[in-house]
Design a protein around this ligand. Structure first.
Ligand SMILES: *[C@@H]1O[C@H](CO)[C@@H](O)[C@H](O)[C@H]1NC(C)=O
Ligand SMILES: *[C@@H]1O[C@H](CO)[C@@H](O)[C@H](O)[C@H]1NC(C)=O
Ligand SMILES: *[C@@H]1O[C@H](CO)[C@@H](O)[C@H](O)[C@H]1NC(C)=O
Ligand SMILES: *[C@@H]1O[C@H](CO)[C@@H](O)[C@H](O)[C@H]1NC(C)=O
Ligand SMILES: *[C@@H]1O[C@H](CO)[C@@H](O)[C@H](O)[C@H]1NC(C)=O
Length: 518
């Protein structure tokens, strides 16, 4: 009571005006708190956009240029155990899935050049080191697989003149080229000298030459790739952050019939435009996939380091046949017959080899494809689905499994005796999984902060301001009320000075006295 009297003691004259000022401050604080409550998320978004944008010396740039992760590639190879019976007796191919053969990768972007117009270009360097400890076999394991260069050549000669096919058949006879080869796992992946490719290199005119005389499913991938990528930095337009603007100077692959299907506009899978919702469609471009792959929300997940994320997976009809999903027609420029349900014809990106891509074990594909061989277990989403877990606020990939199976579309070709007994079949060769499991602690703690701090800070700042405003306002109003009451008391106990203070004509006493003396 005494304290209140103390605070409110000097409520007369000039001090009264200060209390009205205090009321104004209290109201202002409450208004600011309300405005902040509305604007805070927008302010945080602006800060996040500034933080993630790629700029020289920035933290996000450092992580993007030299990802502090160690991706692992797991390779599984389908070893053919009954090649002779398949060729001679028409038996289904019997496959034995070998692996995983594990390679530890190191990624780096080199020749990074900023262009000043919100884009940056680079070349991708990847290094693969075999890990015998993590692998279920050695790189020297011998496997029997379809002879990809030969079967590509025969399939390409399908519509050629008859004499060419006969010539090809006899050349292959002389060189003892067979439809199946026995090579080591290391050779199959990283390259072995192929007699047919060597011959082609020696005799085919220069312009039509294949770029190498070796064949390997991963040939030339260990080291710096020749491709030039130009991506958006997100400094001006965050909605394009990390998206490919040009690939080797082009905005499209030049293979597919509509700009939408042909566009390379996708991310490399490590960063995405931030503020991802459950309705966002992410796009990932990979040149070996021969297209940008859309990814849609599947579920909420918890990743290593306790960072929650959204899991994105390809939609179920991503590799649908064009008969079933009409919009897929753009991926079948040569017209029917097109790739069967669940496969994607990447032939145009693979020097016209009849390569069909699918998900491992023909996940989401026509079951007939898997039933055409023996020894392949039924697919399940746990082991065979491709996915990327992202932190939605920042758009950072937290965990990923890029899973793809490589198949060869083989068919019977007349006049080439080596493949005359071949049925039309989609022959699985191998599948691989490129995986990232966890990010370094420095990164997860920052991501966790980005998730945890803004809501807390938001609540704390708004609540503090509002509380302060209410206290000031309440205090000031209380004092004003007290002053008013005191004023009233003064009127009651001593009416005369009160009358004098208001004056007869509403003039101040001082004015009255001065006029009175005149
Ligand atoms: C692959 O299959 C062949 C039989 O076609 C067999 O000789 C070979 O040992 C198998 N490879 C491995 C690594 O098991
Ligand atoms: C980096 O770019 C320059 C100029 O474009 C080029 O000469 C050089 O070969 C590139 N470096 C690598 C490793 O490709
Ligand atoms: C940005 O500048 C580079 C080099 O000047 C140019 O090649 C590229 O087309 C430009 N990109 C955009 C989106 O303007
Ligand atoms: C890839 O290249 C590095 C050196 O650049 C080498 O140490 C490694 O063994 C190579 N990996 C394969 C699978 O050839
Ligand atoms: C794959 O595409 C190529 C080129 O467009 C075409 O010649 C071939 O017939 C296609 N293969 C299948 C199985 O659709």
């Amino acid at each position: 009571m005494r304290v209140q009297r103390g605070i409110c003691a000097k409520l007369q004259g000039g001090f009264l005006r200060r209390w009205w000022a205090a009321v104004a401050v209290g109201v202002l604080l409450i208004i600011i708190a309300a405005v902040l409550a509305v604007l805070f998320p927008k302010i945080v978004n602006v800060l996040i956009n500034k933080e993630v944008a790629l700029r020289e010396g920035g933290r996000a740039f450092g992580w993007w240029k030299q990802p502090p992760v160690s991706p692992h590639m797991h390779v599984y190879i389908y070893n053919v155990t009954n090649a002779d019976e398949f060729l001679n007796n028409g038996k289904k191919p019997a496959l034995q899935e070998l692996g995983p053969y594990v390679y530890i990768e190191r990624w780096e972007k080199i020749n990074v050049t900023f262009h000043g117009n919100d884009t940056v270009s680079y070349q991708q360097r990847k290094e693969f080191v075999f890990s015998p400890e993590l692998s279920a076999g050695s790189e020297e394991d011998l496997v029997v697989v379809p002879n990809v260069p030969m079967l590509s050549a025969t399939s390409q000669s399908k519509h050629a003149a008859r004499f060419l096919r006969l010539a090809m058949s006899s050349i292959m006879d002389i060189l003892k080229i067979k439809p199946f080869v026995e090579v080591s796992v290391g050779q199959l992946l990283w390259g072995y000298e192929d007699p047919l490719l060597k011959l082609a290199k020696d005799v085919v005119p220069k312009e039509q030459k294949l770029p190498y005389d070796q064949f390997g499913l991963m040939y030339g991938k260990n080291g710096t790739g020749a491709d030039h990528y130009t991506v958006f930095t997100g400094q001006n337009d965050i909605t394009k952050y990390g998206m490919l603007d040009k690939w080797n100077g082009k905005k499209g692959l030049g293979h597919w019939t509509t700009p939408h299907c042909d566009s390379v506009m996708g991310s490399d899978g490590s960063i995405f435009p931030p503020h991802i919702t459950k309705h966002t469609v992410l796009k990932v471009f990979d040149k070996d996939l021969c297209r940008a792959l859309p990814l849609v929300y599947k579920q909420e997940v918890m990743t290593a380091g306790g960072v929650p994320g959204f899991r994105f997976v390809p939609p179920a009809d991503v590799f649908a046949s064009s008969e079933r999903v009409h919009s897929q027609q753009c991926y079948c420029p040569a017209g029917p017959p097109c790739a069967p349900e669940g496969t994607f014809n990447a032939s145009l990106c693979q020097y016209d080899s009849p390569i069909l891509l699918s998900f491992p074990h023909f996940y989401l594909a026509d079951p007939a494809l898997r039933e055409a061989v023996t020894g392949m277990s039924p697919p399940n989403s746990e082991e065979h689905q491709l996915f990327i877990d992202v932190q939605p606020t920042m758009g950072t990939a937290l965990r990923a499994r890029a899973r793809i199976q490589i198949n060869l579309a083989v068919s019977h070709v007349r006049d080439i005796k080596q493949v005359e007994s071949f049925p039309d079949i989609i022959f699985p060769i191998m599948w691989f999984e490129d995986g990232i499991d966890e990010l370094p602690n420095e990164m997860t703690s920052l991501l966790k902060m980005a998730v945890d701090v803004p809501p807390v800070a938001h609540a704390a700042v708004s609540a503090t301001l509002a509380a302060l405003g209410i206290i000031v306002l309440a205090g000031a109003l209380m004092c004003l009320a007290r002053a008013a009451r005191r004023q009233e008391k003064l009127h009651l106990s001593n009416p005369l000075p009160a009358n004098a203070s208001t004056g007869k004509n509403g003039m101040s006493p001082a004015f009255q006295t001065s006029t009175g003396t005149k």
